[in-house]
Design a protein around this ligand. Structure first.
Ligand SMILES: [Zn+2]
Length: 129
């Protein structure tokens, strides 16, 4: 993919179920969602990169009272997943029952997924591997 990375393109990629992260051209750090500056070296040259889609669960919460535009979709999980590439992203969690949070284990292996909510919007998500 050509063109400068942007948050708009990042969202379009997710909508198209084609998740891509940023890669720092200077040090190779993988970053998502897009920011203008590398966390690792302060470099500002970024390019798109595919990811393995593998990661592990770092933290999660069940959203019962959602912002108004997401209220029809509650309850749902929001989690932080650390990608194999090292970056941490906040995502929806699929394949887990929000009524049974005891089943969710910190550190469990996760794989890339997408979740289309009742709003019709597509969210970046991960599910248990
Ligand atoms: Zn860097």
């Amino acid at each position: 993919m050509s063109g400068r990375p942007s948050l708009e393109q990042y969202k379009k990629n997710i909508e198209a179920r084609d998740f891509k992260a940023y890669k720092c051209a200077k040090c190779g750090a993988v970053i998502a969602p897009p920011v203008g500056v590398c966390y690792s070296c302060g470099g500002t040259q970024m390019e798109w990169t595919g990811v393995s889609g593998k990661g592990k669960l770092v933290s999660y919460t069940v959203i019962h009272v959602a912002p108004e535009q997401f209220q029809d979709e509650a309850p749902y999980y929001i989690g932080i997943v650390e990608l194999e590439e090292g970056t941490r992203i906040t995502v929806r969690l699929t394949g887990l029952d929000p009524q049974r949070p005891a089943e969710v284990k910190i550190g469990m292996p996760m794989v890339l997924d997408y979740d289309t909510g009742k709003s019709g919007r597509t969210y970046l998500a991960f599910r248990p591997a």
